[in-house]
Design a protein around this ligand. Structure first.
Ligand SMILES: *[C@@H]1O[C@H](CO)[C@@H](O)[C@H](O)[C@H]1NC(C)=O
Ligand SMILES: *[C@@H]1O[C@H](CO)[C@@H](O)[C@H](O)[C@H]1NC(C)=O
Ligand SMILES: *[C@@H]1O[C@H](CO)[C@@H](O)[C@H](O)[C@H]1NC(C)=O
Length: 331
């Protein structure tokens, strides 16, 4: 992270506008039918960062160091801390968006390894109707479905909907928190009939197989999966196209933030990827070998402030003695 990065989002707009004679937003909607909204994403990344705060009191009063700027004035309705599983999430109302916001934190580096290590599938047979052959990652699935988070979040969301029925529900999270955000959105849609749900995740790992991904896409179409340059985590667990329903497969829609160089200057720009979930021209076009790309999105730090050497600890936690050089390579 030594290189000072400059964000020139306009560059993309200019490119699209030149290419088609229309503005980015219009082109995006027409061409992809997706719901990528950069303004909302820039706010949600701040919530995905704030939920890493360890000091519960400063979250409850919304006075933490990250509780400023675009998240200012957030009215927190519930903060759920599941200590045995190192999990944390909150729900509340942002009048800036405005929306009901649900944010899940990723986990300590060591603990992420524990979740990721758990590669066994769980058949998706928990009463989700109309799906066959769907399988999900047991660890990520359980982090949402089998901890204290889910029941408390649902009560809090239901009571906010009663008070503010006009508000959309925006669900976000980073890393494993992104995985939980996706399971939460599916749960609220399918099992609770909630509508108007948007999901934006950052550096989310894969959570299910192709059949699950299609099911997810059908029920939670307004999902954006931000990936950053060489971030290692979206490459995990691996995708093998020849394995049919026995491989992990991302859901749509990825938006890839990547670097382009002009002479000595490095710019970050973004690409709205295809609707397959596994666009070969987005993050899959590069090797996923970066921890630092994982820990920062859109200039916002996504980790607890007390981990002193997150790169090293996450590297070793990911079980890569020589550093992750080959085993995660996609193609
Ligand atoms: C993006 O979201 C903001 C905030 O909700 C809204 O004002 C804006 O119109 C949206 N942009 C598009 C292109 O939908
Ligand atoms: C749910 O969690 C409990 C306690 O942590 C555990 O004993 C049980 O096996 C878990 N169930 C599933 C389906 O993972
Ligand atoms: C996976 O299973 C579903 C449902 O049986 C099937 O429609 C699909 O073709 C299978 N393969 C892939 C790659 O999705």
């Amino acid at each position: 992270m030594a290189v000072k990065e400059v964000f020139i989002w306009l560059l993309v707009s200019v490119f699209f506008a030149t290419a088609s004679g229309r503005g980015l937003d219009q082109v995006t909607q027409k061409k992809h039918g997706d719901t990528y909204n950069q303004t909302i994403t820039l706010v949600l990344v701040k919530f995905a960062s704030a939920v890493y705060t360890d000091d519960a009191a400063s979250l409850l009063s919304w006075s933490c160091p990250r509780c400023i700027g675009l998240t200012k004035g957030f009215q927190i309705a519930d903060l759920i801390v599941d200590e045995p599983h190192c999990l944390q999430a909150f729900v509340g109302v942002s009048n800036i968006l405005p929306a009901i916001v649900v944010a899940f934190r990723g986990t300590q580096e060591r603990s992420f390894h524990n979740w990721l290590e758990d590669l066994y599938w769980k058949q998706l047979d928990f009463g989700y109707p109309g799906v066959t052959d769907a399988m999900v990652h047991h660890g990520f699935y359980s982090a949402y479905h089998n901890t204290t988070l889910r029941p408390r979040l649902i009560v809090a969301i239901q009571s906010l909907i009663l008070k503010r029925p006009e508000l959309p529900i925006m669900i976000t999270g980073h890393s494993m928190g992104g995985a939980m955000a996706a399971f939460c959105a599916l749960d609220l849609t399918v099992n609770y009939g909630m509508e108007n749900i948007d999901v934006v995740t950052f550096g989310q790992p894969r959570i299910g197989n192709p059949s699950f991904a299609s099911y997810y896409n059908a029920y939670v179409p307004k999902t954006i999966r931000m990936t950053h340059n060489h971030d290692i985590v979206p490459h995990l667990p691996p995708y093998y196209s020849i394995l049919d329903n026995w491989t992990y497969h991302h859901s749509a829609r990825e938006v890839w933030i990547y670097k382009i160089a002009f002479g000595i200057l490095n710019y970050e720009t973004q690409k709205i990827c295809d609707g397959t979930g596994e666009d070969p021209d987005c993050s899959r076009s590069v090797i996923g070998n970066s921890i630092s790309d994982h820990l920062e999105y859109l200039g916002t730090v996504l980790r607890t402030d007390h981990s002193h050497d997150p790169e090293d600890s996450l590297l070793s936690a990911l079980g890569a003695p020589e550093g992750p050089r080959n085993w995660y390579k996609q193609r």
